[in-house]
Design a protein around this ligand. Structure first.
Ligand code: ATP
Ligand code: MG
Length: 415
């Protein structure tokens, strides 16, 4: 098939918006006789006029050929090998053209066959993510009608939507992510397929879904995302209790996410445990308050901590398994809210604990006070106390996520 070509006078991507390292990688691959383009989310974001998060390169060169060309390249991935070319902190991901778009409905287990450039875009998820950009000739190369979809703000799968969702149900979460992030409309057949296939989501890997949810909490569009995830019925499949809570009118979970989005857009970075704690705190608070009403004596912090862990398990199990460390920090942040504001509502002389995660708890209180002004005085008192009592406690830096590298056979020492 002949692709449609869009020239610079039409697409207007300014050359200085292209990452210089990605440009260098493409040039070097070409000088060695390979084909190479920018591809995927980076091209989409350039056309939308936003700054791409990452610049991915797609090429005819095989992983070993890429490795031989770049001293700073490492090959990653066991099933699907691709190259990471490192320039200081920055990584340019370079993958070899693959085939893999089939019309067979069924979970994809093999997607590592090499292919042509056309096959490489046909296996991608949405038309807006299926464009190549050649930074040398400044051409956008479109095999999938992605260019007009970006112009018309339409989300449409490449290929038959139900087949594509069944093959990889994570694509449904990605659809909602793009819908929330760009406020694009979903093409009708794609939307119908989303509603028909939503139950398939449980067949995909929990780790991939969990990662997508966390990324969305960090994205600045988390409120819209969780609202849509619930509205389209996917949240119910993943977590029945959370979906039921978000269905309640005026619940504070979405409002808290809105406040987080505002802060993220002003460049605040959040620890992932704090984000998850904020998402489920309003539900937890409701549980605690109701139980407290039923008890003769106010619940003490030990009982609340125990409830916090139980609530985390109820919300995320059976589908997700929350890492132990994360579960511990979330439990601490949630329980601490009742130390900061006791169930009887009385302000006592605050004694800030020397816990490393206390600043996260205080941050959640700040977010809560943003939507409940009556909590502001509590927040002020605790903040002043934590400055006055000792040198201010520094929150640990949100953990940098490290990609786990699988140990290669050759790295293993002979026994
Ligand atoms: P973001 O801006 O959030 O990074 P993205 O579209 O760039 O969005 P990535 O996860 O970086 O998302 O993926 C890069 C590209 O790989 C996508 O643009 C798309 O072409 C392709 N892709 C990613 N996930 C899938 C999938 N599940 N199925 C098919 N293609 C995918
Ligand atoms: Mg990307």
């Amino acid at each position: 098939m002949q692709p449609k070509i869009y020239h610079v006078d039409e697409h207007k991507i300014a050359p200085d918006k292209i990452d210089s390292h990605a440009f260098y990688v493409i040039q070097k691959l070409r000088q060695a006789g390979h084909t190479a383009y920018l591809v995927g989310g980076g091209v989409r974001d350039l056309l939308l006029g936003t700054r791409p998060k990452d610049f991915d390169v797609s090429t005819s060169a095989r992983p070993e050929e890429i490795k031989a060309l770049f001293r700073n390249a490492i090959l990653i991935g066991r099933r699907f090998r691709l190259a990471h070319i490192r320039f200081g902190q920055k990584v340019i991901e370079v993958s070899t053209f693959r085939s893999g778009a089939t019309e067979e409905a069924g979970l994809i287990v093999r997607d590592n066959e090499w292919g042509s450039e056309e096959q490489d875009v046909l296996r991608r998820d949405f038309t807006i993510n299926g464009l190549f950009y050649d930074p040398e000739s400044q051409k956008v190369i479109d095999y999938v009608d992605g260019y007009p979809d970006i112009e018309k703000k339409i989300l449409r799968t490449i290929g038959k939507p139900d087949v594509r969702f069944i093959q990889d149900p994570v694509r449904m979460i990605r659809l909602i992510k793009f819908c929330a992030r760009f406020n694009f409309e979903i093409h009708h057949p794609t939307f119908e397929a989303l509603l028909n296939c939503k139950g398939e989501i449980l067949k995909s890997s929990q780790a991939r879904i969990f990662e997508e949810l966390l990324r969305m909490l960090e994205s600045g569009s988390s409120k819209a995302f969780f609202h849509l995830l619930n509205e389209y019925g996917l949240l119910k499949a993943l977590s029945q209790p959370l979906a039921a809570f978000l269905d309640k009118p005026n619940n504070q979970a979405l409002q808290l996410l809105g406040s987080i989005d505002d802060e993220v857009r002003k460049n605040t970075s959040f620890d992932r445990s704090l984000l998850l704690a904020a998402l489920i705190f309003p539900l937890f608070q409701e549980n605690v308050t109701e139980r407290n009403k039923r008890e003769d004596r106010p619940l003490h912090l030990g009982q609340i901590a125990e409830m916090a862990h139980r609530t985390i398990d109820q919300i995320f199990h059976p589908f997700f398994s929350i890492p132990r460390r994360m579960r511990g920090i979330m439990g601490f942040i949630m329980t601490s809210q009742f130390r900061l504001i006791p169930l009887d509502g009385k302000l006592r002389r605050p004694k800030p604990p020397r816990d490393a995660f206390f600043p996260y708890a205080l941050h959640l209180l700040k977010l809560r006070a943003g939507i409940n002004p009556e909590l502001l005085s509590h927040y002020t008192v605790w903040t002043e106390a934590s400055f006055a009592s000792h040198e201010p406690i520094e929150a640990p830096h949100p953990r940098r996520r490290r990609r786990r590298r699988r140990r290669r056979k050759s790295d293993e020492k002979p026994v």
